[in-house]
Design a protein around this ligand. Structure first.
Ligand code: SF4
Ligand code: SF4
Length: 477
């Protein structure tokens, strides 16, 4: 119930779009939609009128809105008490604050046997000519150090990453062996799990048994049918056909009942054929829904990829809409993520948890970065195994600040920001917000546009779905 004496404000984050001849209105962080029997222009005018008198008492807006709508606007947080007691939390616990979960990326090597056209690893930052490789000693110290940063009972997810991690198979075997003992002896009940991101163009000896025994969660990149995969993810050397090799390896996994997930990085080459991509994955034996990776327009050196590789806003929105129509498991997976965000406790000010140091990336020299894209970037380094403590709180706060949505001139005023967080901050940081060259400006615009297409299409879908549920519940009485 509204309090006649309290002061209220109109939320700056109002999502508004047409539905069933009326207009859906929702507060972007709270996501409790209302369907108004008025056009979008009429609703915008009402909201502008209210905004012009903020802050206000309820009696001040009685001329703009009927009582029933005032209650509905308060209920949905479209207008809110200036002293709200129900706000969402804006930060998870940082790496320096004993978090319960950390995802540690071990960059086991910095070279690969594929030559993907959109590879994140820049020649300079990943020191390609030097073919860097992590020693078991560094991996071991890293794992022990990050276990120490966890809360009692916390969980360390370790992703075996490269380059191509399978090219460091002997080191992987030592790490897995060591972790069995490290966890078995942990008095604080902390646990470890393993994941691996691999191109799986070959299978080393003993792989199947080791993956099964250690329950390693495999993510394998297959971007579509052979002509798409071989163009985007060719082998190095004369025979560029990676598809047949990956197909053979995946066949071996399926034959031995090893679970895995296939991932497709969305580009202009496959955005229009997502159904075919899913069919390709199914034909390879995949039973899990396909994971969708979003292409970043730059690599870790800040090198800008050809702009015609990036899918446009409408291409992505159309692909999502058609996926929703055919009940695609790939798109449903994304819908679930946005549903979780809508119902979750976080007010998203970042696109991910890298800004809180929760995805630390360890390299061969013991340096720690906030994510794999920032490897080799001195300004964004957050720690060093040789230092004490290994993670520098000031450096984490610097990265947190760099990746904060309020630094983006467009995202900071967008009404979807509370559910979106602005998406991945890599392109923002590595192009300095699109400054310095026309190529970087285009890259920044494309990165934002791809994220906008996903957020807006899925958010509007979830809000419309909630309204439809309300309507059918009302009709049931
Ligand atoms: S900053 Fe971007 S690339 Fe890095 S972890 Fe976050 S979403 Fe992923
Ligand atoms: S990426 Fe798009 S939807 Fe997300 S906050 Fe920025 S402008 Fe809004």
């Amino acid at each position: 119930m509204s309090d006649r004496t309290s002061l209220y404000r109109l939320s700056p984050d109002i999502i508004c779009f047409g539905h069933r001849g009326g207009t859906i209105v929702a507060e972007g962080g709270r996501m409790r939609p209302i369907l108004l029997n008025a056009s979008k222009d009429e609703v915008s005018e009402i909201l502008e009128n209210i905004s012009s008198i903020s802050p206000f008492c309820i009696d001040d807006i009685k001329n703009c809105l009927p009582d029933s709508l005032i209650e509905a606007f308060i209920e949905s947080a479209v207008i809110y008490d200036v002293h709200p007691n129900q706000s969402k939390v804006s930060n998870p616990r940082r790496i320096t604050e004993k978090p319960e979960h950390v995802s540690l990326f071990l960059v086991l090597n910095q070279y690969c046997n594929l030559a993907c056209v959109y590879c994140l690893e820049g020649k300079e930052t990943y020191e390609a000519p030097a073919r860097r490789e992590m020693s078991f000693e560094i991996a071991k110290r890293g794992i022990l150090s990050f276990l120490d940063l966890l809360a009692p009972g916390g969980h360390l997810g370790i992703t075996l990453f490269g380059g191509e991690p399978l090219l460091s198979w002997p080191t992987i075997l030592k790490i897995l062996d060591f972790c069995k003992n490290a966890v078995g002896n942990d008095v604080n009940g902390r646990t470890i799990s393993f994941a691996m991101q691999t191109n799986l163009s070959f299978i080393p000896e003993g792989f199947i048994e080791v993956v099964k025994e250690n329950q390693i969660y495999l993510t394998i990149d297959v971007d579509g049918p052979p002509e798409v995969q071989n163009r985007l993810r060719p082998m190095k050397g004369r025979n560029s056909n990676s598809f047949d090799r990956v197909k053979m390896s995946i066949g071996t996994l399926s034959e031995h009942g090893v679970p895995y997930m296939l991932r497709c990085t969305l580009t202009s080459l496959n955005v229009g054929i997502l159904e075919e991509v899913e069919q390709t994955h199914a034909s390879l034996g995949s039973v899990e829904p396909t994971e969708l990776g979003l292409l970043r327009p730059v690599n870790s050196d800040g090198f800008v990829f050809p702009s015609n590789l990036m899918p446009g806003y409408n291409d992505i929105a159309d692909a999502i809409t058609s996926g929703l129509d055919r009940n695609s498991s790939l798109i449903n997976r994304y819908v679930d993520r946005y549903r979780d965000r809508a119902g979750g406790p976080l007010d998203w000010k970042h696109g991910c948890n890298a800004g809180f140091g929760l995805l630390p990336t360890l390299t061969y020299d013991g340096k720690i970065y906030p994510c794999t894209w920032f490897v080799g970037n001195k300004e964004l380094e957050i720690g060093d195994l040789a230092a004490s403590p290994i993670v520098c709180e000031e450096a984490v706060r610097h990265v947190e600040n760099c990746l904060h949505i309020d630094h983006d001139p467009i995202c900071s005023t967008c009404s979807y920001r509370g559910i979106c967080g602005g998406g991945c901050g890599v392109t923002r940081v590595l192009t300095n917000y699109g400054q310095g060259s026309p190529l970087k400006t285009v890259a920044m615009d494309q990165a934002r546009s791809m994220q906008c297409a996903i957020t807006k299409t899925l958010t509007n879908y979830i809000l419309s779905e909630a309204i439809e549920k309300q309507l059918s519940a009302e009709n049931a009485f």
